[in-house]
Design a protein around this ligand. Structure first.
Ligand SMILES: Cc1ncc(COP(=O)(O)O)c(C=O)c1O
Length: 427
């Protein structure tokens, strides 16, 4: 079926919100309220973004109906010839974007991608060297409440107390002492560039696999705003919904040598049938990231983060490590005398959504924390730039110190979001 010309109606069956409104007003109201929340506030959660209408169209498509266990051309169900094309498109585009030998686009999420990577390379009880959660690592890098910490012997490295940068000497010493089978680099709350070549060198020295979990930074890698992990790591896991601006989901890239192991680890070891609507949406997102404009976006995200970090510092809110090379800034609030939890609430009252976050060597428990984490992917997608970042820094600093200013700041937040609307109503 041809997609039709822009003038003629497209013979497509897709999301009909009017129908949902009539059939299930209660659920429809939730969707509308969430849209209002997005439109009326500033979204500074570093791991979020606004997927494009094209990505949303693919997600809301009839591909959600299809069972397609297996891989293109090798499925355990009939009728997969069309969805095979979606998966091939996603794989081909990701390979072109990142120059990877092999890509698996089926992981349901970043955590599933990591579980599959561990399963492909390790046996339970093996030793893994990964970044401490309290210094910015992810749950899947060794938390006791996660499969990684329960099934593997995870040794943690961290950042130096003085520079708050990864201590590569410590990584090497720990690697030599514990002889891990795998080293994990990549983080969830580390603002600085990661030296993948240094990690590769250490992994080679001890004969370990190198897993780069670039869930957070894959979008900046795609746009050339941060160096790629692909030439250095044996396996690269990622998410598609953060700076990359695609649907919620995950993916894995690896060397040709590991392709079969990774594919078998994703299916049938960790997952069942892939979410083919999400796979199609990943293809759309990779296609968008291949366009020249995306490089501009990725660089603006990083520039905005730098400006935000500098402006927060000027306001007396100290960026951990002194700044950022990426899309996120981690702020130490100890000098302000406010916990991360309280700052999160005060900002929320002003329509600014961000999250509390542990800072390295945090004296507070994880539910309280001494820090907040802010990210620029969403506000950059809305078209905000350096001037807005400076104003946002002033607003955060003010409301964190002066909760009574929340109402006034909320008004200004609304004005900013009217100038830079997310999902403009006319679309
Ligand atoms: C470094 C890292 N890895 C993995 C994940 C997990 O991603 P998901 O929430 O899609 O499972 C995250 C999520 O924030 C992350 O930051």
């Amino acid at each position: 079926m041809s997609p039709g010309s822009p003038e003629s109606p497209v013979p497509y069956y897709g999301p009909d919100f009017g129908l949902l409104l009539r059939r299930d007003p209660e659920a429809a109201e939730v969707l509308l309220d969430e849209l209002d929340r997005l439109r009326d506030g500033l979204q500074l959660i570093a791991s979020e973004n606004f997927a494009s209408p094209a990505v949303l169209a693919a997600l809301g498509s009839t591909l959600t109906n299809k069972y397609a266990e297996g891989y293109p051309g090798r499925r355990y169900y009939g009728g997969c010839e069309v969805v095979d094309r979606a998966e091939r498109l996603a794989i081909d585009r990701a390979r072109e974007l990142f120059g990877a030998d092999h890509v698996n686009v089926q992981p349901y999420s970043g955590a599933m991608a990591n579980l599959a990577a561990y399963a492909a390379l390790l046996q339970p009880g093996d030793t893994v060297l990964a970044m401490a959660l309290s210094h910015g690592g992810h749950l899947t890098h060794g938390s006791k409440v996660n499969f990684s910490g329960r099934w593997f012997n995870v040794v943690a490295y961290g950042v130096r107390r003085d520079t708050e940068l990864i201590d590569y000497d410590e990584v090497r010493e720990l690697a030599l002492r514990h002889r891990p089978k795998m080293i994990v680099c990549g983080a969830t709350a580390y603002p600085r560039e990661i030296d993948f070549a240094a990690f590769r060198g250490i992994a080679d020295e001890v004969g370990a696999w190198l897993l780069a979990d670039v869930a957070h930074t894959i979008g900046l890698m795609a746009g050339g705003a941060l160096p790629s992990a692909v030439p250095y790591a044996d396996v690269v896991t990622f998410t598609t919904h953060k700076a990359l601006r695609g649907p919620r989901g995950g993916g894995i890239m690896c060397t040709a040598e590991l392709a079969t192991k990774i594919d078998r680890a994703v299916f049938p070891f960790v997952q069942g049938g892939p979410l083919m609507n999400a796979v199609a949406a990943k293809a759309v997102a990779f296609g968008e990231a291949l366009r020249p404009e995306f490089a501009g976006y990725a660089h603006r995200v990083a520039d905005n983060a730098r400006t935000l970090a500098d402006a927060l510092a000027t306001e007396g809110l100290r960026p951990v490590s002194g700044g950022t090379d990426s899309h996120l800034v981690l702020i130490d609030l100890r000098d302000v005398g406010t916990s991360g939890a309280v700052a999160e609430q005060r900002c929320a009252a002003a329509g600014i959504t961000l999250n509390r976050n542990a800072i390295p060597y945090d004296p507070e428990p994880p539910t309280v924390t001494s820090g907040i984490r802010v990210g620029t992917p969403s506000v950059t997608t809305q078209g905000m730039g350096q001037e807005e970042m400076k104003e946002i820094a002033t607003m955060i600093a003010r409301v964190v110190r002066e909760p009574g200013a929340a109402g006034e700041i909320r008004q200004r937040v609304m004005e900013l979001t009217r100038i830079h609307p997310v999902y403009p109503s006319e679309l």
